[in-house]
Write a protein that binds this ligand. Structure first.
Ligand code: SAM
Length: 299
């Protein structure tokens, strides 16, 4: 690759490209483009990218962060849903020979297959200024499908970043916190104000790095069952665990069974899901499975 420096990242260069292509922002795609080189540097540093890394960027926009990624990484695949941005990306990334532009909806892309095809199945790094309207399905999809990933460094809504890293007993604690912490170690890298984007979002943002665990921090015999239990217990936050679970008949967990297991875990029978930590949910799930194997006990 030639000796390149990023040509984007400032308000002026962004406006110039937008005007050149008469680009119209699409609200439905969560388009807020980064116009601050300090923030871009911070993201790249936090993602700790080297030439050994293959990066998947979700939503490259006009290619601002992609230029930075292309200079640091061995290869980059940039997945953009908006057709109108493709000719712009071909222009702004034309000189970077290690970038592949993919015009698709990230929720429909098989990232496992992409990592296999483009990185020989080795773990990739995900870096993105995410479209906020689909932050949770994107992150959960990566985890639940076990896409080979080393780390995910992403700009998200500040409130969502907080939710990912808090523990029991706080108002932001919920199913997303537990899922993220089961799969990864979260770390908030920086808070980013609205004036770092064009157009300005009406919420604060934060960059969060999720370093994916080699092994989950707790052992659970059935991940899917544990997350179904977690979701049911946070569906109605103010409900006790026994009421929350009995409201989801598909789980097949009676109030009696919940109370019995809580007793064994030395937790109060009136405990709420919001007071339980990851290892308590894992132990609870393992005990449900254990009881299911005892035919004399009716769950
Ligand atoms: N990375 C650019 C930047 O930082 O300036 C743009 C970030 S902007 C917050 C989100 C980007 O994701 C937009 O380019 C938008 O068109 C794209 N996008 C939205 N939904 C998408 C989807 N389902 N799949 C792929 N890209 C999507």
């Amino acid at each position: 690759m030639k000796n390149l420096t990023p040509s984007l990242g400032t308000p002026q260069s962004t406006v110039e490209i937008l005007n050149k292509y008469k680009f119209m922002f699409q609200k439905k795609f969560g388009q807020n483009f980064l116009i601050d080189t300090h923030v871009l540097d911070k993201i790249i540093r936090a993602a700790d990218i080297t030439k050994e890394d293959f990066v998947v960027e979700i939503g490259p926009g006009i290619g601002t962060m992609t230029q930075y990624l292309a200079l640091s990484a061995g290869g980059v695949a940039a997945v953009e849903i908006d057709k109108a941005l493709i000719p712009i990306l071909q222009d702004t990334l034309g000189e970077y020979d290690n970038v592949t532009i993919i015009n698709d909806d990230i929720l429909k892309v098989d990232l496992k297959e992409l990592a296999e095809r483009m990185n020989g199945g080795k773990p990739v790094k995900i870096v993105a200024n995410l479209p906020y309207y689909i932050t949770t399905p994107i992150i959960m999809g990566i985890f639940e499908r076990h896409v080979p990933v080393k780390s995910i460094t992403v700009m998200v809504q500040k409130e969502v970043a907080d939710r990912m890293q808090v523990g029991p007993g706080t108002k932001d604690y919920g199913a997303l916190s537990l899922a993220v912490q089961y799969y990864a170690e979260p770390y908030i890298v920086a808070n980013v104000p609205p004036n770092c984007f064009i157009p300005r979002p009406n919420v604060g943002s934060a960059v969060i790095r999720l370093t994916v665990h080699k092994e989950p921090p707790v052992k659970v015999q059935d991940e899917a069952l544990m997350f179904a239990i977690i979701r049911a217990s946070f569906n109605q936050r103010r409900k006790t665990l026994q009421n929350g679970l009995s409201h989801v008949p598909e789980l097949g967990i009676s109030k009696e069974l919940t109370v019995r297991i809580l007793e064994e875990l030395t937790l109060p029978s009136s405990v709420r899901g919001e007071a339980m930590n990851l290892s308590q949910f894992a132990e609870f799930t393992n005990k449900v499975i254990c009881y299911r194997h005892q035919p004399e006990f009716q769950v």
